[in-house]
Design a protein around this ligand. Structure first.
Ligand code: AGP
Length: 620
């Protein structure tokens, strides 16, 4: 996710903005920029030098010598448009009089861009964000031409925000209105800081913590007009809104984690947002809406006879979910491969095969090698990644981006659900494309998929009860996670999470396989966690759990809220909201992430940086 900072004071703001950028660095970024407004107009400096852009800005004489008392700055995490200097923020309008910074995704940017181009606007970047600057310019000139004077900047800004679909935090400054920062939001965070020397805005309180005494968190569909000595808040129709500013007692380190104990906990709580962002602008009828930057002509997919899904670790688990979904909805055969095995096993590939590599980082060597091999074998190659501009995007025929934002904790959480979002959405769209699904069916599935974000919110609201139940197992050293159908990938992912951060022994198993060997291991020291949410093998899973119980293992289940009978059989239950069975992995994993988390904390482990692990594995 991008980071925004703005400052309007009675003094120079250059150092405040550069320091703010440095404070946002921990989130990860691919480019950074700053705009400073003084008597001679807007100055704009921006760079896409991986991990060096902020350093570069901080030593620029033009930035250091600036006397500007108002400015905006931005760290970019690309979603639309590769990381390069032109795509970095801030973005200007045609006149160069106004500059914007944006965090989020503008779903309808293509339509807006076409409309603005028709009106004569010229674009210099490939971003979705640049439309915002031009649209404010367009609306401003409309308001001015009507001669309706007062509050024209604010009115043009609110008109613009009302026309945007998607998620956004947008801030703007203009040389025509040189004492005001306007900022508005929908879903992406904005905090306004009120200080003695001036006022500040940011997407992350850590960037402005040291300059402000009191803070106001802007709500969705609100606009703040910020000057050095005043703050006014409005709704998008420009009715004034009462607000209360409150102090924040967090340290800088706490603020980075938005008050959460760890990045992992923060990232688990970001899951609904990552999920929703990833589905924005995508639908059932247009397969091309799934591709970013590098595109297939969907017709090329008409010849596909087989799909291979490859990935490592958590990405492999989302591939497994996608296999079930694609075969069910699109009726195309799918093979699933661990990336490190794929190219060594002589898979049969040709131009009628599609190989999909799934990798959060886009840098995992095994996945890169698997996709290179697939390309050399003339297969069509698609990657799913969270990092725009990552290595994997250089050698593929098409790219689908997840939009989870930077994931700092080694254990993947929000990137997993974002992968599920794009892969499940793609599976439905593929079903439609292959003519298996009717439009009405596909639309209904897609709406249900989008609705999973609300189910995830409900599950996250149960954090305390999940962690309390998890505490009961603090002395257990051996865990089995078992599931059937969509419960199987969840059991693998839950076991991986537990292993990674708690260092306890955990196995994920398809429940039906247990009696073919592993059941011999079970005794009263083992805890078996059954993924018992409703799917077509629910009854069979309950029988498998009975087999387990008769070996004296302790049994815990994940079950749906609507399951009235499960409490007759089991004492320890992680309840989750009901979902359509193919979507259940999205929600069912949440209590199990908290289980892993709680046990890791109980064992005093470094949750964000578990021993022996790297976030990205770049060696074979
Ligand atoms: C997940 O919690 C792990 N950190 C790990 O298994 C990870 O999913 C795997 O290394 C693949 O990484 P990638 O998605 O960046 O390729």
């Amino acid at each position: 996710m991008c980071g925004i900072i703005g400052a309007v004071t009675g003094e120079k703001v250059n150092q405040i903005l550069i320091d703010g950028l440095k404070k946002l660095e921990y989130r990860g970024y691919d480019s950074a920029g700053v705009t400073l407004l003084d008597g001679s107009g807007l100055e704009l400096y921006k760079y896409a030098h991986l991990n060096q852009s902020i350093e570069k800005l901080s030593v620029m004489p033009q930035v250091n010598d600036s006397m500007a008392a108002i400015g905006l700055a931005h760290t970019r995490w690309a979603t639309h448009g590769v990381p390069n200097d032109l795509n970095a923020h801030p973005h200007l309008d045609c006149s160069g009089k106004l500059a914007i910074v944006h965090n989020g995704i503008i779903e309808n940017f293509r339509e807006l861009k076409e409309m603005l181009k028709d009106s004569g606007h010229e674009f210099i970047s490939n971003t979705d964000s640049e439309v915002i600057a031009h649209l404010i310019e367009e609306n401003l000139s409309l308001i001015k031409s009507e001669g309706s004077g007062a509050d024209e900047f604010l009115r043009a800004f609110s008109m613009t925000l009302k026309a945007l679909l998607g998620t956004f935090a947008v801030a703007v400054i203009s040389s025509e209105y040189p004492d005001t920062i306007l900022v508005g939001k929908n879903m992406s965070p904005v905090v306004v800081g009120l200080g003695n020397m001036g006022n500040f805005i940011s997407s992350d309180v850590s960037a402005i913590l040291e300059h402000a005494e009191k803070f106001v968190y802007l709500q969705d569909l609100q606009i703040a007009a910020v000057t050095k000595s005043s703050l006014k808040i409005y709704d998008f129709d420009l009715s004034g809104i009462e607000f209360a500013a409150t102090p924040v007692t967090w340290s800088y380190k706490d603020a980075q984690k938005a008050g959460y104990e760890t990045f992992m906990l923060k990232e688990i709580h970001e899951e609904p947002y990552a999920f929703t962002e990833t589905l924005l602008g995508r639908s059932t009828d247009k397969l091309e809406l799934y591709f970013d930057e590098i595109h297939f002509d969907p017709h090329e997919l008409a010849d596909i006879r087989k799909i291979f899904l490859v990935g490592c670790g958590t990405s492999y688990h989302s591939a497994m979910v996608a296999k079930y979904a694609i075969e069910h909805w699109a009726r195309i055969p799918v093979e699933l491969d661990i990336a490190s095995e794929f190219r060594y096993r002589d898979p049969v590939l040709d131009s009628t095969t599609l190989v999909v590599g799934i990798t959060q980082s886009g840098e995992t060597i095994d996945t890169l090698a698997a996709l290179n091999f697939a390309r050399k074998s003339r297969a069509k190659v698609l990657c799913v990644t969270n990092v725009v501009g990552s290595t994997v995007t250089n050698n593929v025929d098409a790219v689908m981006f997840t939009r989870a934002g930077p994931e700092i904790s080694v254990a993947a959480t929000k990137s997993y659900v974002a992968q599920l979002a794009v892969l499940l959405g793609f599976s439905i769209a593929l079903g439609r494309f292959s003519g298996v699904l009717f439009k009405s069916e596909a639309d209904r599935y897609f709406a249900d998929l989008q609705n999973c974000a609300s189910m995830m919110e409900i599950a996250l609201g149960r954090e305390t009860s999940y962690r309390k139940l998890a505490e009961k197992f603090k002395d257990t050293r051996d865990f089995f996670f078992i599931g059937r159908h969509m419960g199987y990938p969840t059991s693998l992912e839950a076991a991986l999470k537990l292993k990674e951060i708690s260092y306890l022994h955990a196995e994920g198993y398809p429940a039906g396989e247990l009696k073919h060997g592993p059941i011999a291991v079970l005794d009263s020291n083992t805890t078996v966690i059954g993924i018992a949410t409703k799917n077509k093998l629910y009854e069979k899973l309950l029988s498998n759990l009975e087999e387990v119980r008769s070996r004296n293992a302790r049994v815990v289940v994940v079950a749906n809220d609507s399951d009235n009978s499960v409490s007759n059989y089991f004492d320890d239950i992680f309840y989750v909201p009901d979902t359509f069975d193919l979507f259940s992995p999205v929600v069912d994993i949440i209590p199990l992430q908290f289980l892993a988390y709680e046990l890791a904390v109980r064992h005093n482990n470094d949750v964000d940086k578990p021993r022996n692990l790297a976030k990205t594995v770049t060696v074979e």
